[in-house]
Write a protein that binds this ligand. Structure first.
Ligand code: IPE
Ligand code: IPE
Ligand code: MG
Length: 247
């Protein structure tokens, strides 16, 4: 449970559903993959912005467990893009002290992509700057299911009793266990839904939706989202009066 005394004005952890690449390309009479490529540029800008603003953690949704349902050609292009970007950007990320983590069911990816992911994570694991989590083949339901399985294994081998399981333990078993809770979730592309992103971790996040398509999202859009966030009173179940009293 987040502390109520923590009325932070700059979010420590921002999560982004980077949506709208396909429509951005279609509006220009181009193939959807053109939008994904421009989406990578926006991601670079968002990383630079988060670093500049000293946001501790940025978690971005790059590919959902449901995105496999897209036409094979688009999925293949996205995998290729993911592979190329990972290879091309990791040194730069490392140079900027960024710690990269890929969250999701990695076994769903090709062996060569998995290898690249592990190498990138190893290279950057001791970095102290921005923590960048890229959710790929990620689903919030998958995350909760894998956490449940982990705890059940402990119950099966006798090191845990089922009635000892509490929220903190579930939290520990989830993919983003060692990380501050999500303070602000941004979704671009005009849809008002979570699309199976971080279900548990968004419990008390502020949600910000914008019609801006992801390839058009830049530092000023990000700043606007932060400004909206800073104007919010986070009550975590309490009354407005209580929250104001502890400031
Ligand atoms: C988000 O953009 C990127 C991925 C899901 C990989 P979309 O590809 O969903 O773009 P729209 O929503 O179709 O415009
Ligand atoms: C969510 O976008 C996933 C990512 C941005 C990676 P989608 O475009 O897949 O979401 P839906 O299908 O519109 O809900
Ligand atoms: Mg979409």
């Amino acid at each position: 449970m987040p502390s109520i005394s923590k009325q932070i004005k700059t979010p420590q952890h921002v999560a982004i559903i980077m949506d709208g690449n396909g429509r951005w390309a279609e509006q220009r009479g181009k193939h959807r993959v053109f939008g994904h490529k421009h989406g990578v540029r926006s991601l670079r800008k968002a990383i630079a912005f988060a670093t500049e603003k000293k946001i501790q953690v940025l978690t971005v949704f790059a590919f959902s467990s449901e995105n496999w349902r897209r036409p094979k050609q688009e999925v293949n292009m996205l995998m290729e893009l993911f592979f190329t970007v990972l290879g091309g950007e990791v040194k730069k990320l490392h140079k900027h002290g960024i710690k990269l983590k890929i969250i999701g069911e990695l076994t769903g990816f090709s062996a060569r992509l998995q290898k690249k992911v592990h190498a990138a994570e190893r290279l950057t694991e001791n970095n102290q700057g921005l923590q960048l989590n890229v959710a790929a083949n990620y689903g919030g339901r998958w995350d909760i299911t894998q956490a449940t399985k982990k705890l059940l294994k402990l119950v099966e081998n006798g090191s845990l009793k089922s009635d000892q399981i509490d929220e903190a333990m579930m939290q520990q078993a989830l993919t983003l266990s060692q990380i501050p809770e999500v303070d602000l979730m941004i979704r671009t592309g005009g849809e008002y839904r979570i699309s199976n992103f971080l279900l548990w971790q968004l419990a008390y996040a502020e949600l910000y939706f914008t019609d801006t398509l992801w390839p058009d999202f830049d530092g000023s859009c990000f700043q606007f989202a932060l400004d909206v966030f800073s104007g919010k009173e986070r009550r975590f179940g309490q009354t407005s009066e209580q929250v104001r009293d502890i400031r």
